[in-house]
Design a protein around this ligand. Structure first.
Ligand SMILES: C[S@@+](CC[C@H](N)C(=O)[O-])C[C@H]1O[C@@H](n2cnc3c(N)ncnc32)[C@H](O)[C@@H]1O
Length: 285
């Protein structure tokens, strides 16, 4: 990798760490069940069982880590790695609150995770999980190949990622779009392995995995009212877009979005978003 590319990727990761540090106080704490539900589903799809050793990359506040630790039990070990110190602190607090001594969460770049950082040996994990995060990595294939080395033969790599966003919400995002900028996890470059199920399966095969399979399910998120939706947006990576809206444009942008939210409201003022989420599992051959 050239020095310029290395610096660009390092800058992108530093910005991501700061973005999630800003989200971390409210992430999954605004009364909306979203990532925790998806985390439990990923752990169930991956079949984490008692005594397993699990690596959870991009562990965030523990949406995957905590249910994985529960499934692995006291004889298992679950290690989380995340770029954001704020997110990792939340995961550590939750593990301590639940008395899950089998959990370790560390701050680090999960794309290049080094064995010494997590005090482990190659071929020592039953499962590597990546919940709603691998599309943030500049080099997901390099990361996947690395995880293959960390897995035992027959071990599994499980990834959750977005399918189609709810088309009913397109007008909401379109109304805000002219006012800000910033990447969305729904807008991917043409070369991204997350552009289709086939592309992700091909990437995993290139990285040395076999038998990739993807299940697509609904991700239904309920908001009591529009105010709760706004608090939720600011608790996720979606805040990046709203941070980019200039102060003197913000009121206009919010009004444009609120007008579109009005037409999605149920009679009680609540809102429901139904996106597609995908769970991909592949095996270390
Ligand atoms: C949308 S959150 C998902 C967190 C958690 N897995 C969940 O399901 O709630 C994405 C997470 O990926 C982390 N992340 C992004 N790139 C990373 C990298 N290269 N290494 C470690 N963590 C990374 C972010 O800091 C953030 O906590």
């Amino acid at each position: 990798m050239s020095d310029v590319m290395h610096d660009r990727e390092a800058d992108r990761k530093a910005a991501l760490a700061q973005l999630f540090d800003r989200s971390s106080p409210t992430y999954e704490r605004v009364g909306v069940e979203h990532f925790n539900d998806l985390g439990r589903r990923l752990v169930a799809h991956a079949g984490v069982a008692a005594g397993h050793r699990v690596l959870d990359v991009g562990c965030g506040t523990g949406a995957v880590l905590i249910p994985a630790a529960r499934a692995a039990g006291p004889d298992g070990e679950v290690i989380g790695v995340d770029l954001s110190g704020g997110m990792v602190a939340r995961a550590q607090e939750e593990a301590a609150r639940q008395g899950l001594r089998q959990v370790r969460a560390v701050v680090g770049d999960a794309e290049t995770v080094a064995l010494e950082d997590i005090a482990t040996a190659p071929g020592s994990f039953d499962t590597v999980l990546a919940g709603i995060c691998l599309f943030f990595f500049p080099r997901p294939q390099t990361a996947a190949a690395r995880y293959r080395e960390l897995l035992k033969p027959g071990g599994r790599f499980g990834v959750s990622w977005w399918g189609r966003p709810d088309p009913l919400w397109d007008p909401v995002y379109a109304a805000g779009a002219p006012y800000g900028r910033g990447p969305s996890s729904h807008t991917l470059p043409e070369t991204s392995p997350f552009r289709s199920v086939d592309a992700l399966h091909a990437m995993l095969a290139e990285a040395g995995f076999a038998e990739a399979e993807t299940a697509e399910e609904d991700c239904v998120t309920h908001f009591t009212n529009a105010e709760q939706w706004w608090r939720w947006v600011w608790s996720t990576a979606g805040r990046q877009f709203w941070e980019s809206v200039p102060d003197d444009e913000r009121a206009k942008a919010v009004a444009a979005v609120n007008a579109k939210l009005d037409s999605l409201k149920a009679p009680d003022g609540s809102l429901t978003m139904t996106s597609k989420v995908r769970f991909t599992l592949a095996k270390r051959s």
